[in-house]
Design a protein around this ligand. Structure first.
Ligand code: KIV
Ligand code: ZN
Length: 547
């Protein structure tokens, strides 16, 4: 088995992460995330589960074509492997191959459950049949693709002796990566260490060319600890997601594993290929696209991760930074620079600052960003990196627009009914104006928007927070909505259909405006996803034309 000092980072934000209810991304967003994962330096991008729907297959194919091939200026070695997930059956494997074959380095990742509970209740298969199926399907995947990964689902609750047999068969049939999932987040670090150690020592046919991988879920809050234990036992691939998003309590978070390996280098003596300075930006991108807000106390990427508010801590920090800080904020791309740009800063200064932050914009994009920047600078004296990140996210990290906010006016207070008038620009340029009253200014605004965009949906979550401190701070709003006529998707593991949830994001110095933008953003996503962006469907189902 592979046993050097490099840990491959296998990112499954676009598959296991996106599978979590509420993390739905459009194809355009998935592509943007994939481009950014490649820039971050991940070794493998699991781009999706192509058998879920023709749309999912197309999204994986597009990523394989556009992210899985070197650009003229790119070093070939830096091109990530593009993986597609497949259940252990021929039809899924065919679809995975159809999607990933366009990549320079394609991978088929197939899985079958091996725990007594899953074999009996889900698969209704005997252990012998499972071994047989693994052997046949890994060989089938291998007939298309050199790089085949096999995962015994629910390995954390499987009999290790049985795992050795199954994994030995997978090696015999051509698997080159053996991924060990703690599917339900059940094991403890000690147990997981022993499991990986046992697999490495006892699996028949284990050799240098095999990479042992770990894939942990966080149901008991031990995903990162288990992943690191697996790595200590010899695993050299970690399967992770940005912000730890994923089903139920989520997957192991990329940023925690990578920063643990880096910060405690003397303990692990291992490297990854991740450019850690991009972690903060990547976290925001995924949070904005999925509408899944990062908890403030989340390790590495939470808003408070580098904030030292308690008086005693501040005193210690002023004496010496290392008293309470084990990592430098700039190592994960959190820039401490307070005063970045002001009203008199020019286009050139903005371009430079954005480039330093990792955003290389073309001329048209820069024009848009500069217009937004000037608008903001008129309302806010000091513009920090955080403001710029929010502005960029609001302007660019959004799905294709169907409706945009053209103007709004809200009255509220204790003297009457909160009333909102909104003006929306439709996809064909038509301006719609609608007024409504509500229980509060946001409710009135959302009712007025509903009066124009006639989509029946439920608001599941509404979050507002200030991006920077101060009374003129930029407010960010994230919402999550669910369509009432239920656009569903299929979970590859439980094989159950679930109703898609769409996240939206908006930023403005006026939080009611930010709220309107976030809601419109989520509605646009829902319309695009439910119609797969088809002009005709948008017209038939929603009565509007795309621009
Ligand atoms: O958690 C799990 O078991 C998975 C497999 C498909 C690898 O996500
Ligand atoms: Zn998983």
């Amino acid at each position: 088995m592979t046993n050097h000092n490099y840990v491959k980072i296998f990112d499954t934000t676009l598959r296991d992460g996106e599978q979590s209810p509420g993390a739905t991304m459009t194809s355009a967003e998935k592509l943007e995330v994939a481009h950014n994962l490649a820039r971050l330096g991940v070794d493998i991008i699991e781009a999706g589960f192509p058998a879920a729907s023709p749309d999912d297959l197309e999204a994986v194919r597009q990523i394989a074509v556009e992210v899985g091939n070197p650009t003229s200026s790119q070093n070939e070695a830096k091109v990530p492997v593009i993986a597609g997930l497949a259940r252990a059956n021929k039809s899924d494997i065919d679809k995975a191959w159809e999607a990933v074959q366009h990549a320079k380095h394609p991978r088929i990742h197939t899985f079958l459950a091996t725990s007594p509970i899953h074999m009996k209740h889900k698969l209704k298969m005997d252990p012998e049949e499972v071994v047989q199926r693994v052997s046949e399907m890994v060989a089938y995947a291998k007939s298309f693709c050199d790089d085949v990964e096999f995962s015994p689902e629910d390995a954390g609750r499987s009999d290790p002796e049985f795992l050795y047999v199954v994994l030995g068969e997978a090696i015999k049939s051509g698997a080159t990566t053996l991924n060990i999932p703690d599917t339900v987040g059940y094991t403890t670090p000690d147990e997981f260490y022993k499991l990986i150690d046992g697999i490495i020592k006892n699996t028949p046919g284990m050799h240098e060319g095999i990479t042992v991988s770990v894939h942990c879920h966080d149901d008991l809050g031990m995903a990162t600890a288990n992943t690191l234990a697996g790595i200590r036992a010899g695993a050299r691939q970690a399967e992770v997601t940005i912000n730890g998003i994923g089903e139920r309590a989520g997957n192991t978070s990329l940023e925690e594993v990578v920063m643990a390996l880096k910060t405690r280098h003397p303990v692990f003596n291992l490297e990854t290929g991740i450019d850690t300075k991009q972690i903060s930006r990547m976290s925001k991108l995924v949070s904005n696209y999925t509408g899944m807000v990062v908890q403030p106390n989340k390790a590495i990427v939470g808003a408070n991760a580098f904030a030292h508010e308690a008086g005693i801590h501040q005193d210690g920090m002023l004496k010496h930074q290392t008293t309470y800080e084990i990592m430098r904020p700039e190592d994960v791309g959190v820039n401490q620079t307070k005063l970045v740009l002001g009203k008199h800063s020019g286009r050139h200064a903005l371009r430079n600052r954005l480039a330093e932050m990792g955003h290389s914009l073309d001329e048209v994009e820069l024009d848009k960003a500069f217009a937004r920047f000037k608008e903001l600078a008129d309302r806010k004296k000091v513009i920090t990196d955080l403001d710029l990140e929010a502005l960029i996210a609001d302007e660019f990290y959004k799905p294709r627009d169907v409706y945009t906010l053209h103007g709004m006016q809200v009255t509220c207070g204790t003297m009457g009914m909160p009333t909102a008038t909104v003006r929306l620009r439709g996809p064909d340029g038509t301006i719609y104006t609608q007024a409504a009253i509500g229980t509060g200014p946001v409710d009135a605004t959302y009712k007025a928007i509903d009066g124009v965009v006639k989509v029946r949906c439920k608001l599941l979550e509404f979050n507002v927070h200030a991006v920077t401190e101060g009374i003129d701070a930029l407010g960010e709003v994230s919402v999550r909505i669910q369509s009432e006529n239920g656009h569903t998707s299929m979970d590859p593991q439980s094989e159950m259909e679930y109703v898609r949830v769409y996240g939206g994001h908006g930023a403005d110095t006026d939080i009611i405006v930010a709220s309107a933008k976030a809601y419109i953003n989520a509605l646009n996503k829902l319309i695009i996803a439910q119609t797969e962006g088809s002009e005709e469907k948008v017209k038939n189902d929603f009565g509007v034309m795309l621009g």
